[in-house]
Design a protein around this ligand. Sequence first.
Ligand code: ATP
Ligand code: FE2
Length: 323
Amino acid sequence: MYTLGFEGTAHTLGVGIVDDQGNVLSNIILTYPATEGIHPREAANHHAANMSDTISRALREADTGVDDIDVIAFSQGPGLGPALRTVATAARAMSISLGVPLVGVNHCIAHLEIGRLVTDAEDPVLLYASGGNTQVIAFSRGRYRVFGETLDIGLGNMLDKFGRAHGIPFPAGPAIEQKAKKGSKLIELPYSVKGMDVSFSGILTAALNSDEAMEDICFSLQETTFAMLTEVTERALAHTRKSEVLLGGGVVRNKRLRDMASTMARERGAETYVPDGGLCVDNGAMIAWTGYLMYQAGMEITVENSHIKPNHRTDDVEILWRN
Ligand code: ATP
Ligand code: FE2
């Protein structure tokens, strides 16, 4: 049994195919090169223009025919309206023309479920830091609960905004990581953890106004924001009494963030897991796998009820596929 999943919450178009054993048969990822930051309509145009080719590539790579697909899943939210609408349209069309069930998947939950599939994590606390999202999520009382999240912008967006102001091309995270390696002076930036939530806009303003050396600003940006996320993750571990940390989203490609989070986990006797490259960032395979789990739990939707959810909340979803 094969599930085809569409990802399209932001600038990435992803089409992935998984089987019912949890094998990822293909995972095609195409990212709109948003040099000036993401423009929602341009991202949507990118997805539309590349849609049929990306589907064909995913089918070819999985060595399956379109008639072999048994379930269609798509990223229903959260994300940018125009981008979501474009992939939802493709998913509906494919579901209708093949006569197979349709499942709408929460993007943040998909990051967690693919981690449970491809790593040894069974019941982790997810630290999810991407461009648009920054959340600490864990399973508790039948739902994936958000234990902490950004109150303003995602960490990746903050880094990209800082980079743009300094002429660093999008995405700026990797270049900031390289510069930070040469920095050593910790500049005071407003460390902001409020309860279990974090905020980054004050840090961005302070960093933009700083006249210290670029390397030291990058170093301090990373040290400050990563320490904030590590603190919230540690408190979620303590609160839920879980012993696994799963990392997801583009920002966790950063080695310093991985090191900080895994050091904290080790000191608490917990393990840290990171899915491999293409399964860690936005991708269609994670949507396909979560869609398959949801389908198995009877969570298919009708086309009439398949409207997109740009503000889809992680804890709105009833998790019928877990005990
Ligand atoms: P989402 O739709 O889930 O918000 P996204 O579209 O932002 O995801 P991702 O690929 O998950 O896509 O994340 C991209 C972000 O990750 C960018 O903001 C980029 O700057 C950041 N990033 C990538 N590599 C690094 C790195 N090495 N260090 C820090 N940030 C990084
Ligand atoms: Fe994501």
